[in-house]
Design a protein around this ligand. Structure first.
Ligand code: NDP
Length: 434
C-alpha cells in the first residue's frame, strides 16, 4: 500500500492473489525466501508518455500513454491496449498483473503487459482516431517487437485501431513487420477466430464448469453485460449452445427481452452503425430499454456473464442475483465483480469462474496468431476454434486440479491463481535472483 499509494485497482488485484497463494507458501516456503512475492508484484518497467494530437478543427490535445511491461518470464510481454477516459496507472497495473497469471494459464509462451491511454474514442471522428493513434504509436513503437512486446486490443481498441497501430509501426520501422500486434485484420496476418475468442472462450469455460455440476447452457436464461467485443461473441456462443440471452448493455443502459436478444442486431448496431444500445428497440419493439447499466443484474437469470468492465458487479447486485436464483457466474471482463460480490457468491455456493481463467481464450488465440505469423501460415476458423476449445478445457481442468491439491476443492479462484502462479514462480526460480 505504501509503495503504490492510491492504486486501488492494483491493490485489489494483488490482495486477491495473495489470499489464494497462502497454501502454496506453506507448502513451499522457498518462494518466500526467494522474494517471489515482492518480485512478481513489481513490473519490469512502466513506460508513460505524452500523446499530442490535433482534432478536425485544428485544436491541439494532450493525452497520456502507458505501457506496463510487467513480467517476461514465460515469453514476450503480451496484453491489450485500452482507450478509455478512466485509464490510469492503477488500472494499467492491475490489468498487466492479472495478465501474468492468465497468460501462464493458457500454457502458451507469453509474458504479461498492458497499455493504453485516457483518450476517449467515443466522440471522435475516424480521422481523429487515426491521428491520435499515429502519435501514440510514434512513441510506443520503441518498446515493441515480435519477440519483445506484442500488444492487442481491449476496451475501445478493435481491428480498426490495431490496423492504424500496425500501419504506423511499419511506417517508422521501414516496412511490413508481422507479429508485432495481434487482433489484426485477417487480410494482413490476423488470425481467424481472434475476434470471437474471448467471448467464445468464456462460454466454453462456463460450459465445462456447468458440465461438472450436471448442467448445461441448454434452456438457460443468460444475462451478458456490455455489447462490445467480448459480450457480443459470448452471447453468440451461449445462444448457439441453446441458451436465451435476455439482456445486454452499454454504458448508457441495458436492453431486456424475455424472448431473447438478437445478436445479429447487436453486431449491426455496434460493429456497423457504431451506435448506442438504445436503438435496438427500433429493430425489436418487444425489447425494453432501461437507462443506466447497473440494474441489469436485477433481472432474474440462470447464468450471469459480466463482460463490460472492472467492478461493474457489486455486493448489492450479487445479492439480487442470488435471491433470483442465479446458478453460475463467469467473468468475461477483467475483475468485473468486486471482492464483496465474490465473497457472497462463494458463501452461497454459486458456481464462479474467475476472469483470469474464463476470459483467457482471447490471449490464447493471440498467441496462436503469433505462431501463425512466425510460420507464415493461416489456420482455418475451425482449426482455431478447435484449439481454443481444447485450451479452455485444459485451463478448467488445471484450475480444478490445483484447487483440489491445495485444499480448496471446487474453488476455481484459488485454482486459477495457484496454477497460474506456479509456472511463473518456477521460471523465476530457474532464472535466478534478478
Ligand atoms: P469493448 O470496448 O469492445 O466493449 C466494452 C463494452 O463494455 C461496451 O459495451 C461498453 O459500453 C461497456 N463499458 C465499458 N466501460 C464501461 C463502464 N465503465 N460501465 C459500463 N459499461 C462499460 O471492450 P472488450 O469487449 O474488448 O472488453 C471488455 C472487457 O473484457 C474488459 O474488461 C477487457 O479488459 C476484457 N477483456 C477483453 C479481451 C478482448 O479480447 N477484447 C480479452 C480479455 C479480457 P460503451 O460502448 O457505452 O462504453
Amino acid at each position: 500500500k505504501k509503495r503504490n499509494p492510491g492504486e486501488s485497482e492494483f491493490l485489489q488485484a494483488t490482495r486477491e492473489i495473495f489470499d489464494s497463494l497462502r497454501p502454496v507458501f506453506i507448502k513451499n516456503p522457498h518462494y518466500i525466501e526467494d522474494g517471489i512475492l515482492e518480485r512478481i508484484t513489481e513490473p519490469d518497467r512502466i513506460i508513460t508518455f505524452r500523446v499530442t494530437w490535433e482534432d478536425d478543427q485544428g485544436k491541439v490535445h494532450v493525452n497520456r500513454g502507458y505501457r506496463v511491461q510487467f513480467n517476461s518470464e514465460l515469453g514476450p510481454y503480451k496484453g491489450g491496449i485500452r482507450f478509455h477516459p478512466s485509464v490510469n496507472l492503477s488500472i494499467m497495473k492491475f490489468l498487466a498483473f492479472e495478465q501474468i497469471f492468465k497468460n501462464s494459464l493458457t500454457g502458451q509462451p507469453i509474458g504479461a503487459g498492458k497499455g493504453g491511454s485516457d483518450f476517449d474514442p467515443k466522440d471522435k471522428s475516424e480521422r481523429e482516431i487515426m491521428r491520435f493513434i499515429q502519435s501514440f504509436m510514434t512513441e510506443m513503437q520503441k518498446y515493441l517487437g515480435p519477440d519483445l512486446d506484442v500488444p492487442a486490443g481491449d476496451i475501445g481498441v478493435g481491428r480498426r485501431e490495431v490496423g492504424y497501430m500496425a500501419g504506423q509501426y511499419n511506417r517508422i520501422r521501414g516496412g511490413f513487420q508481422p507479429g508485432v500486434f495481434t487482433g489484426k485484420d485477417p487480410n494482413y496476418g490476423g488470425s481467424l477466430g481472434r475476434r470471437e475468442a474471448t467471448g467464445y472462450g468464456t462460454v466454453y469455460f462456463t460450459q465445462e464448469m456447468l458440465k461438472t455440476n450436471g448442467m448445461s447452457f441448454e434452456g438457460k436464461k443468460v444475462i451478458v453485460s456490455g455489447s462490445g467485443n467480448v459480450s457480443t461473441y459470448a452471447m453468440e456462443k451461449a445462444i448457439e449452445l441453446g441458451a436465451t440471452v435476455i439482456a445486454c448493455s452499454d454504458s448508457s443502459g441495458y436492453i431486456y427481452d424475455e424472448n431473447g436478444i438478437n445478436v445479429e442486431t447487436i453486431k449491426r448496431i455496434k460493429e456497423i452503425e457504431n451506435n448506442r444500445i438504445k436503438v435496438y428497440r427500433k429493430y425489436h419493439s418487444t425489447a425494453k430499454f432501461v437507462e443506466g447499466c447497473h440494474d441489469i443484474w436485477s433481472i432474474p437469470c440462470d447464468i450471469a456473464l459480466p463482460c463490460a468492465t472492472q467492478n461493474e458487479l457489486d455486493e448489492k447486485a450479487a445479492a439480487l442475483l442470488i435471491r433470483n436464483g442465479v446458478k453460475a457466474i463467469a467473468e468475461g471482463a477483467n475483475m468485473p465483480c468486486t471482492q464483496e460480490a465474490i465473497d457472497l457468491f462463494l458463501e452461497n455456493e454459486i458456481l464462479f469462474a474467475p476472469a483470469k481463467a474464463a476470459n483467457a481464450g482471447g490471449v490464447a488465440v493471440s498467441a496462436m496468431e503469433m505462431s501463425q505469423n512466425s510460420m507464415r501460415l493461416n489456420w482455418t476458423f475451425e482449426e482455431v476454434e478447435e484449439k481454443l476449445q481444447l485450451v479452455m478445457k485444459d485451463i478448467y481442468e488445471n484450475c480444478l486440479q490445483a484447487a483440489e491439491e491445495y485444499g480448496h476443492p471446487g474453488n476455481l479462484i484459488v485454482g486459477a491463481n495457484i496454477a497460474g502462479f506456479l509456472k511463473v514462480a518456477n521460471s523465476m526460480v530457474s532464472h535466478g535472483i534478478r
